[in-house]
Design a binder for this molecule. Structure first.
Ligand SMILES: O=C(CO)[C@H](O)[C@H](O)COP(=O)(O)O
Length: 229
């Protein structure tokens, strides 16, 4: 079943704990923590110190970290203190992706790589059997609230087909511009994890918990349909 990982980038920074409780009550699978260095993307977001505080606040909720940073190796010591369940770095941020994947694994963190919308799925050829997940960006990284690129569907289909053909077990996460329409469609095409932000859990008229719950229920509907076929 496809799960919802709400991105805390969209939470109210003055009420982070309240919003964590709200998405947890709405059925969040994990908490998605966006880390930006102001260089790989022209923005800053949550820090790994905040990620550690989030882990301490709700230790039963797994955290996945999305590193939008130029030098992912420089963040390993801080990641080791946070010990998230999963962490992903951008494939184009380092020529040593296999080493970075191994470093994450050595820390007990499930490693993932991220592809931006303009990067072909073929770039993943040498890492697909090494990673636990691939994060496909549905928007250019750096900001929430952007419109989903529809070509993400084709890229997702290609990735899911590669997974089937090669009999691999990595999960597929889609992040950016996910809403109530494209989210279930991504789930039907093979996404295992959807990152929900401005259009799914935060800023909806029915509030954080109710909108997250609606989205989780929409995803359950997809799984049920698929199972019935
Ligand atoms: O990685 C991100 C930005 O780089 C965010 O997780 C993503 O954009 C989610 O926000 P939204 O769903 O509002 O687009």
């Amino acid at each position: 079943m496809t799960i919802l990982n709400p991105t805390l980038a969209c939470a109210d920074p003055l009420h982070l704990a309240r919003d964590i409780d709200a998405v947890a009550a709405g059925g969040a699978g994990m908490l998605h923590v966006d880390v930006m260095d102001g260089h790989y993307v022209p923005n800053f977001c949550l820090s790994l110190d905040q990620a550690a505080a989030i882990r301490a606040y709700r230790p039963e909720l797994p955290v996945d970290v999305h590193l939008m940073v130029t030098d992912p190796f420089a963040w390993l010591d801080a990641l080791a203190k946070v010990r998230p369940a999963m962490a992903a770095f951008h494939l184009d941020a380092t020529p040593f992706a296999l080493r970075m994947i191994q470093k994450l694994r050595d820390l007990g963190i499930r490693p993932g790589v991220v592809l931006n919308p303009s990067q072909p799925v073929e770039l993943l050829a040498e890492v697909l059997d090494q990673v636990d997940y691939v994060l496909l960006m549905g928007v250019e990284p750096g900001f929430s609230g952007q419109k989903f690129f529809p070509q993400t569907y084709r890229r997702l289909e290609q990735l899911a087909a590669l997974r089937r053909e090669k009999n691999l077990r990595f999960s597929i996460m889609v992040d950016g511009g996910i809403d109530f329409e494209n989210g279930p469609h991504c789930a039907a095409l093979g996404a295992d994890i959807l990152v929900g932000g401005a259009f799914v859990c935060f800023g909806q008229p029915d509030g954080v918990t109710a909108s997250a719950r609606r989205f989780v229920q929409a995803l359950e509907g997809v799984s049920e349909k698929e199972n019935a076929e």
